[in-house]
Design a protein around this ligand. Structure first.
Ligand SMILES: [Zn+2]
Ligand SMILES: [Zn+2]
Length: 175
């Protein structure tokens, strides 16, 4: 799905002073996006931190690990894995927190929205919190991971495959 042209107007973070079609992209940036291919964009609740992710999503899953739960305040967290090379911050200055020795998570310092997850051993990939994407519906999860950490009432009964712990080749949130 292309970027919506019906989004509300806002300031152009690219400072190009051209007509703005949505809070993130001016018409100039929009054209650039179309030329370079499929991309996804998103950001935090207050709108200060915005990002874009290009390239093929490698994985889409729901993690139930304690670390994801605590860092977001949710019982489970959906993540989409993108190539790091195609990820960039468009606006704002996200805060970073190491939730374990090898894991860096980012969040908006103003509104607290959790945004990304990155494992030092997997520098080629970055996980983006699915719900922060402008079009999360484009990335339905295909599995649950770290179900052994799940809260008792957090039932996994949607028919998707689930795993007690992480699974390989998927960005491994929660490890
Ligand atoms: Zn924010
Ligand atoms: Zn996790």
């Amino acid at each position: 799905m292309p970027l919506s042209l019906n989004s509300r107007k806002g300031d152009c973070p690219n400072k190009c002073l051209k007509m703005v079609v949505n809070p993130v992209y001016c018409t100039v940036a929009y054209r650039t996006v179309l030329e370079r291919g499929k991309m996804s964009d998103g950001g935090c609740l207050c709108g200060e931190v915005r990002y874009s992710a290009t390239g093929k999503a490698e994985s889409s899953l729901i993690c139930h690990c304690v670390s994801c739960r605590r860092s977001t305040g949710a019982q489970s967290v959906a993540w989409v894995t993108f190539p790091s090379a195609g990820f960039s911050w468009l606006s704002g200055d996200p805060m970073e927190h190491r939730s374990s020795a090898e894991v860096r998570r980012t969040f908006c310092g103003r509104c607290g929205t959790s945004l990304t997850y990155r494992h030092d051993e997997d520098p080629d990939f970055i996980d983006v919190a699915t719900a922060t994407l402008n079009h999360p519906e484009e990335f339905p999860p295909t599995r649950h991971v770290w179900v052994e950490d799940g809260i008792g009432w957090d039932r996994v009964d949607d028919g998707l495959p689930w795993f007690e712990r992480g699974t390989p080749l998927e960005g491994n949130p929660g490890t």
